[in-house]
Design a protein around this ligand. Structure first.
Ligand SMILES: [Zn+2]
Length: 79
């Protein structure tokens, strides 16, 4: 499926959790909660590239390799 940040062709990973896990060649490995994805999909929304990539970079400084973007982070959604 297409990356929810930049729109590039991204690989959707299999996961048991209620989330969408994507590996994008541009944005890297990240996850979006099922709730947030369900909110964005019918609206055709995607994340703001600059904000989302900065957010992911900040999260990746820890042990988390695939940060989870959820509803509290909805400010990352572009207009
Ligand atoms: Zn991407």
């Amino acid at each position: 499926m297409n990356c929810l940040i930049c729109g590039a062709q991204a690989q959707r990973m299999k996961t048991e959790e209620d989330c969408v896990e994507l590996q994008c060649p541009q944005c890297g490995h990240y996850r979006v909660t099922g709730d947030l994805f369900a909110h964005m999909k019918p609206r055709g929304q995607s994340f703001d590239i600059v904000k989302a990539r900065e957010w992911l970079a900040a999260k990746r400084t820890g042990a988390e390799k695939a940060p989870m973007i959820g509803c509290p982070d909805s400010g990352l959604i572009g207009s």
